[in-house]
Design a protein. Structure first.
Length: 384
């Protein structure tokens, strides 16, 4: 048992700042109050106490080719099966891939991340390699698998269904690349089988303007509209919506993830976060491909804060950004796959304690804190 004392706590799902103490016993928060003091007392004297981060979207497998292919187009970098990433993954040794993924996960741990949602290439083997890489590390990967049988203009649907079912025995869900690589029938199979198992179905949509134009020309429907119609649980990017795309998503209550730094690196646009928030959406924030960006959520938060004010000529409320990296996930728990906590009594203790540099706790996190400023990271696998 221990007590974090004298911290400025971002408490509950709304991240209300309070100066109180947190008592933790056996990995759970048993009391939050000004008077609470039990066990080992850790006086953090005004430090910021924030829920640990969830990285809403990663491709950790491409840790093996960090910064390779810079300046290439989106398709040249990531389109299966011939993108730079996929060629590299097809030629890497298992031990090399495991070590590269472990290094990236350690970077996430060091920068306050305790959960991440990963699009894992390589079928069942790819899922198992990530599980092996994360073994004994104080971080929880939510692994969404995919299989090469998904792709092509005329896939064997019986093989697709078999591949999906095999993946769902070991993965937390399924995540094909995008609608430019799969047919509507494949999308339907993925969503149907995931729903049967209570697992996550996720897909990239509208990452680039060219993807949206191609979708409209070929099917008279945007990628976002397809994602809504197919009923994928989670839609990633939405960088280039058309007409009423965002209204469709807001009405559907599907989970959304945005990845501002990756979009900037690939020159595909800036996600309309301000409009998403105005529609009542609760996006997650992700760092996307490790080959493009470090998986450090502090860097993602600061970039998102500033690019939105430059591009859309309006400030974004920093508390909304911090929620995107922490508590927004609470509305997306499917069959308890994620189980991400908030700082409240009776919940798991999953929080970071960092130095405080300003009176605004949210800007302190988005605009000031760096990895070196973290004093403690607390989660179910870590004690102090």
């Amino acid at each position: 048992m221990f007590t974090i004392s004298n911290g400025i706590i971002l408490k509950g799902q709304d991240l209300i700042p309070v100066r109180e103490n947190i008592v933790v016993e056996n990995g759970k928060i048993i009391e939050i109050s000004k008077e609470a003091k039990e066990g080992k007392i850790i006086d953090v004297d005004g430090a910021a106490v924030c829920p640990s981060f969830i990285n809403g979207h990663t491709h950790i497998g491409d840790s093996i080719i960090k910064d390779e292919g810079y300046g290439l187009s989106l398709g040249e970098m990531v389109r299966p099966p011939d993108g730079v990433k996929h060629v590299a993954l097809s030629n890497v040794e298992d031990d090399e891939l495991i070590e590269a993924m472990r290094q990236s996960m350690q970077e996430m741990i060091d920068s306050g991340t305790t959960h991440f949602i990963d699009y894992r290439e390589g079928g069942v083997k790819g899922v198992k390699l990530l599980k092996e890489a994360s073994k004994d590390l104080p971080i929880k990967p939510i692994i969404l698998g995919r299989d090469d049988s998904f792709y092509g203009d005329d896939p064997d649907l019986s093989k697709v269904r078999i591949a999906v079912r095999k993946l769902l025995k070991v993965a937390d869900g399924i995540a094909p690349s995008g609608f430019g690589e799969i047919t509507a029938d494949v999308a339907d199979i993925i969503v149907e089988e995931c729903n049967k198992c209570g697992k996550i179905s996720s897909i990239h949509v509208a990452e680039s303007e060219s993807n949206q134009i191609g979708s409209l020309n070929n099917t008279n429907s945007t990628e976002i509209a397809k994602g809504v119609k197919s009923n994928f649980n989670q839609l990633v990017h939405l960088t280039n919506p058309k007409s009423d795309d965002l209204e469709l998503v807001a009405d559907s209550n599907q989970n959304v993830v945005v990845c501002p730094r990756a979009n900037a690196t690939l020159s595909v646009g800036v996600a309309p976060l301000t409009k998403m928030l105005s529609l009542g959406m609760k996006p997650l924030l992700g760092t996307d491909n490790v080959m493009l960006n470090s998986p450090n959520m502090f860097r993602e938060l600061e970039f998102a804060l500033k690019i939105m004010s430059v591009y859309y000529k309006t400030y974004i409320n920093p508390v909304d950004l911090v929620k995107m990296a922490t508590t927004n996930i609470c509305g997306f728990e499917i069959n308890n796959i994620i189980q991400k906590s908030v700082i409240s009594e009776d919940n798991y203790a999953e929080f970071i304690v960092s130095k405080s540099f300003s009176k605004n706790p949210y800007l302190n996190i988005c605009n000031r804190i760096e990895t070196k400023n973290i004093l403690y990271t607390i989660n179910k696998k870590v004690n102090v």
